[in-house]
Design a protein around this ligand. Structure first.
Ligand code: AMP
Ligand code: MG
Length: 334
């Protein structure tokens, strides 16, 4: 994590106040930030990301007290989760305060997604700017999220974006998103904060709340127009995921599937078995240049049955991203 000179963060704030977009480091991925108060800048986020307006943005704040102002009803459950996991990779979806959150941020929904990121540069930027920011991942829609400042500079090379370099993202994949109701939590997107970790925190606070799995607003749209958005987190080359090391015969078959002459055109990479390490590797591995001869990536991941129950659970979030990034998924014989 890079400690940045305070003057650079102040420069970024000045750039933002003049109407520009600032890429901020967070512990999950880099975000493209605009103040919640400026509709032109919020519009520009959608434009730059080529993101459809029906995909709502997550609002980032520096303190719990700021999150409370964005919602119409702050529950005991929200307080429990915020005090346990913030600053950190957990987004809470709560009924929104329409006076505080413009419709463009929430795609017209009556709820808002909010979190406090765990990165000193992001927190300092938000505090100095003096307003919450909407900050979706700083990538083009459906493409791989950036986990290094250099990724953001590549993605927006022809745009005037101020990139704050806070080093490599320590978590490496997007936040866990939960919809918070009175007595019920619904996990809308898996992340490195697992269902068990949520349940353990609720138990510790003596809250009797059921935790279930659901779908994001984007995934629900997908349900309405099948197949449209199942592609996500995609690099520019085809990716095959192999559950355990592929055999030479399988590599030939993968090359054939990708219409390549031989398996020398495949770049092989293996993710670490430990989910926290694999999460940091994931988007870098998807983005890293393949090398001269290669035109497709083969990523090996561990078999779930060979992992501890905790690691199996954390790997679900990584498999969720990989299922959307991969064109081929090989679990056993081809
Ligand atoms: P990103 O910031 O690019 O990681 O994307 C944010 C994700 O959060 C989107 O896929 C949204 O579907 C989800 N999200 C944000 N706000 C809400 C909300 N109010 N209700 C449900 N999902 C949300
Ligand atoms: Mg995103």
């Amino acid at each position: 994590m890079n400690a940045l000179p305070k003057s650079l963060i102040l420069d970024a704030c000045a750039f933002s106040r003049k109407g520009g977009l600032v890429a901020i480091p967070t512990e999950t991925v880099y975000g493209l930030a605009a103040p919640l108060t400026n509709l032109d800048q919020l519009n520009r986020i959608f434009e730059l990301k080529e993101r459809p307006f029906f995909d709502p943005l997550i609002v980032h704040v520096a303190e719990i007290s700021e999150a409370k102002k964005l919602v119409s009803h702050w529950t005991e459950l929200a307080q429990c989760l915020a005090s346990t996991f913030w600053p950190g990779p957990l987004t809470l979806v709560l009924p929104k305060n329409p006076q505080a959150v413009p419709d463009i941020v929430t795609s017209g929904l009556t709820t808002v997604g909010v979190r406090v990121p765990n990165h000193p540069v992001a927190l300092e930027f938000i505090r100095k700017l003096g307003t919450p920011v909407a900050a979706p991942s700083a990538n083009k829609f459906t493409k791989t999220s950036p986990t290094k400042a250099s990724h953001v500079s590549e993605i927006f090379s022809s745009e005037d974006v101020f990139v704050l370099d806070g080093g490599d993202c320590e978590v490496g994949i997007e936040s866990t998103i939960v919809a918070v109701a009175e007595h019920e939590l619904t996990i809308l997107r898996l992340g490195m904060i697992t269902k068990s970790a949520l349940e353990e925190s609720l138990h510790r606070h003596g809250l009797k709340v059921s935790v279930q799995e659901g779908r994001t607003a984007l995934d629900q749209m997908q349900g309405m127009s099948p197949g449209n958005f199942s592609i996500h987190y995609r690099p520019t080359w085809p990716v095959a995921v192999c559950v355990s090391e592929p055999s030479p015969k399988q590599l030939v078959q993968i090359a054939t599937c990708f219409k390549l002459d031989n398996s020398n055109a495949l770049r092989l990479r293996t993710l670490d078995d430990r989910p926290a390490v694999a999460a940091r590797e994931l988007y870098s591995f998807l983005r890293a240049p393949l090398g001269e001869q290669a035109c497709a990536l083969v990523l090996t991941i561990p078999k779930l049955t060979e992992l501890s129950p905790d690691d199996q659970e954390a790997w679900q979030a990584l498999r969720d991203r990989l299922k959307k990034a991969a064109s081929l998924w090989i679990d056993g014989e081809l």
